[in-house]
Design a protein around this ligand. Structure first.
Ligand code: NAD
Length: 344
């Protein structure tokens, strides 16, 4: 079924969703869309990398009545009781809570494991115990490791290159075993470099797109790791929100216990991305003086090229990305200009 049809059905037959990591980038976009569809939403976050102001942004973007369908639990998924309490009377879990970033996991594998593996196991177990109907979770393109194959196809992964990738791979193993042992329906989404509004531009582990946009808007230096010919399948947030909702409601039994590439299916180099952001910002804000990028060493644990084959998600989930990189970039830039420039 098409996404627009699904949205109409959800509006007339609302469900209860638990979104973990709701104060983060992807989680806050998920709750915004769900609340706009008049769903009942429980959010859980420990504010380790998420922010109250993301929740405030959502509140200010939707109607009062829609916001009244939201309840928030401040808690940590590494605590099993918290997971058990938050999954009560929930239809669908969208598990986004995790510590992102490959370099963060290389710096401190133990804390990444705590949220991403222990927390994940707590969540999927609690969801099963409370008879949640569907468990959708954030996996990552990092599970492709050193595989050189392009585009990446779900069944062919390489050797893992970081503790972060290990955590996401373990999630997929648990998904498979929970289906075999308990018949528990979960679906993994292997996100490829997601970008869009509310992605954090700050901190040592910020993703490239918001970090660059923020640096350019603030007249700061922009760094490119390596020669800039590293390429990625940059995926706009709306596509990721769609994939989560499609996975959350699908009745296709073929779709369960699988991990899906969640991407736009394109590929762009860092050099071209830098040029596209710079040109677009200079067009919008002619007074802005953006310096040339500074090149530095490649980053440990990074894969060279990434590009997804998205056929499996299209066929089994009915996923149809609505935004390519350029379309997503224009929407994101408009938001960052307003947010970063507007706050000065
Ligand atoms: P984010 O850091 O903005 O959001 C993660 C949220 O989870 C934060 O609000 C954080 O406070 C919360 N959190 C972390 N550990 C927690 C815990 N133990 N208990 C409760 N809350 C906890 O990151 P994001 O980009 O929104 O990522 C969301 C998910 O998507 C993560 O699982 C991440 O690994 C995955 N992912 C993201 C990308 C991407 O490009 N952004 C790519 C691949 C996978």
């Amino acid at each position: 079924m098409k996404f627009n049809k699904i949205k109409e059905e959800l509006k007339s037959n609302p469900k209860t969703w638990l979104v973990t990591g709701c104060a983060g980038f992807i989680g806050s976009n998920l709750i915004e869309t769900l609340l706009k569809l008049n769903q009942k939403v429980v959010g859980l976050d420990n504010f380790s990398t998420g922010y109250q102001y993301n929740l405030d942004h959502v509140e200010n973007s939707i109607l009062k009545d829609q916001w009244s369908n939201f309840s928030f639990i401040k808690g940590d998924i590494s605590d099993y009781e918290t997971c058990l309490n938050s999954t009560k009377n929930v239809d669908i879990v969208l598990n986004q809570a995790a510590l992102g970033s490959v370099p963060r996991s290389i710096d401190n594998p133990v804390i990444s494991n705590n949220s991403n593996v222990t927390g994940f196991l707590n969540m999927i177990t609690a969801a099963k115990e409370n008879s949640v109907k569907r468990f959708v979770y954030a996996s990552s393109s990092s599970v492709y490791g050193d595989s050189q194959e392009l585009p990446k196809v779900e069944t062919r992964t390489g050797n893992l290159l970081s503790p972060y990738a290990v955590t996401k791979y373990v999630n997929e193993l648990y998904m498979d075993v929970f289906y075999k042992c308990y018949g528990f329906e979960s679906i993994g989404l292997r996100y490829f470099n997601v970008f869009g509004k509310r992605q954090d531009p700050n901190g040592a582990y910020a993703a490239v797109m918001p970090k660059w946009i923020s640096a350019m808007l603030n007249g700061e230096d922009v760094y490119i790791n390596g020669d800039g010919e590293t390429s990625r399948d940059f995926t706009y947030i709306d596509n990721v929100v769609q994939a989560n909702i499609m996975a959350g409601v699908t009745t296709n039994t073929e779709a369960f216990a699988k991990a899906y590439n969640t991407a736009a299916g394109g590929r762009e180099t860092l050099n071209n991305l830098f040029a596209a952001i710079k040109n677009s910002l200079e067009e919008n804000l002619p007074e802005l003086k953006i310096k040339d990028a500074i090149y530095r060493d490649f980053r440990a644990g990074d894969i060279r090229h990434s590009n997804a084959n998205i056929d499996q998600a299209k066929t089994l989930l009915g996923y149809e990305p609505t935004h390519n990189l350029e379309e997503g970039l224009q929407e994101s830039l408009a938001w960052y200009i307003n947010d970063i420039k507007g706050s000065k």
